[in-house]
Design a protein. Structure first.
Length: 320
C-alpha cells in the first residue's frame, strides 16, 4: 500500500512540476489580412510549421476580407490584451493601422509581414520588396509583348486591388518606374483601383478591353484581381492579343499560365514570410537582436519556367 501511495505521490508531483513548463510555452498570434484566401493560408501554414518546430503557440487570426480594416484593428487590440510574447501582423491598410500598431507596440513586440503601415514601431519587418516586384512585373509584361508583337511597345493598363495598401502602392510604383526607365515605347493608358473583389477585377478588365481596343497588356497587382482579369480575358477570347501579368498564385492562375490565358505571374514566398515572422518574433521576445528589414524575395513564373524545381516549390507549397 505504501509503495502505491509513493508512486501516486511521485506522479502527482511530476504533474505539478510539469505545469509551469507547459505554461511557459510562448504564444505569438499571427494576424493576417484575410483568412479565406489561398495566399494567406500559405502564410498561416508557414507560421504553423514554425510553431511546431520552435515550441510556440501560434493563434491564427484575421478577418474574412482584406477590406475589413476595423475588424483587423479589433483583432489586434484583443491579441494585445491576451498578453502574448509577441505579435506578427500584416496590416490591411497603411494609414488606418499606423496608430493601432504604435499603441500595441507599447505593450508587446510587433513584427510586420507583407504590407507596411504608417508606424515606426515594428521590431522587424519581413516582406517582398514590392517595388522590385512591380519592376519584375513590368519586365515580364514587356517580354510578353515583345514575344507577340516584336517590340516592347503599345498600350498597357494597371489594376490595383484596393486603395491605400502599402504593398500594392509599392508594386504600382515599381511597375510605373520600370516602364518609364526601360520601356519608352510602352504607354500606361489606364490606372484602375478595384473594390477588393474578383468581380471588381472582372468588370474593370472587361471595361478596359472595350475602352482600349489596342490594349496589349495588363498588370493585375494581386491574386484576386488577377483572377478577375483572367475571367474577363478568357470570356472575351483576348488572350492572344492582350498579355496579362498577375501577382501571387493559386490553381486558377497556374492553369491560366498553362493555357496561355496569362503570360506570367510574380510569386512571393508567403510560407517563408509566415515561418520567419514567427521565428523573428520569438527571438525578439527573448531580447535577441533581429534584422529591422528582411526581403523574402520574388520570382517571375512563366509557361517556360513553371515546371522548374524552384518554381514548383513556390507554386505548390505545403499548406496542410
Amino acid at each position: 500500500m505504501k509503495k502505491t501511495w509513493l508512486i501516486a505521490g511521485l506522479l502527482a508531483a511530476s504533474a505539478i512540476f510539469a505545469q509551469p513548463a507547459a505554461a511557459q510555452q510562448p504564444t505569438i498570434p499571427l494576424i493576417v489580412k484575410d483568412t479565406t484566401s489561398f495566399y494567406w493560408q500559405i502564410v498561416l501554414a508557414g507560421a504553423r510549421k514554425a510553431g511546431q518546430d520552435l515550441g510556440v503557440k501560434v493563434p491564427e487570426l484575421g478577418a474574412q476580407s482584406e477590406a475589413d480594416i476595423n475588424g483587423q484593428i479589433a483583432i489586434l487590440e484583443n491579441a494585445v490584451s491576451s498578453k502574448p510574447a509577441a505579435i506578427v501582423i500584416s496590416p490591411t491598410q497603411r494609414a488606418a493601422l499606423g496608430k493601432p500598431i504604435d499603441e500595441a507596440a507599447k505593450s508587446v513586440k510587433i513584427v510586420g509581414i507583407d504590407s507596411a503601415a504608417d508606424s515606426k514601431a515594428f521590431t522587424s519587418f519581413l516582406t517582398t520588396d514590392n517595388v522590385q516586384g512591380g519592376r519584375i512585373a513590368a519586365d515580364g509584361l514587356a517580354a510578353a509583348i515583345t514575344a507577340k508583337y516584336g517590340k516592347a511597345e503599345g498600350e498597357v493598363a494597371l489594376v490595383t486591388h484596393l486603395p491605400g495598401v502599402g504593398s500594392l502602392d509599392e508594386r504600382a510604383k515599381g511597375f510605373k518606374e520600370q516602364l518609364a526607365a526601360k520601356y519608352p515605347g510602352i504607354k500606361l493608358v489606364a490606372d484602375k483601383v478595384s473594390d477588393g473583389t474578383a468581380n471588381g477585377g472582372l468588370n474593370i478588365t472587361t471595361d478596359l478591353l472595350t475602352a482600349f481596343p489596342n490594349l496589349r497588356g495588363i498588370f493585375a497587382s494581386n491574386l484576386i484581381q488577377a483572377q478577375g482579369a483572367i475571367q474577363a480575358i478568357a470570356e472575351s477570347k483576348a488572350q492572344d492579343k492582350v498579355k496579362l501579368v498577375g501577382f501571387d498564385s493559386d490553381d486558377k492562375l497556374v492553369k491560366a499560365i498553362k493555357d496561355g490565358v496569362m503570360a506570367a505571374t510574380v510569386v512571393q514566398d508567403p510560407f517563408r514570410m509566415g515561418y520567419d515572422g514567427v521565428k523573428t518574433a520569438l527571438a525578439a521576445s527573448k531580447g535577441e537582436k533581429v534584422e529591422a528589414f528582411v526581403d523574402t524575395g520574388a520570382n517571375l513564373i512563366t509557361q517556360a519556367n513553371m515546371n522548374e524545381p524552384r518554381a514548383q516549390e513556390l507554386l505548390n507549397p505545403k499548406v496542410k
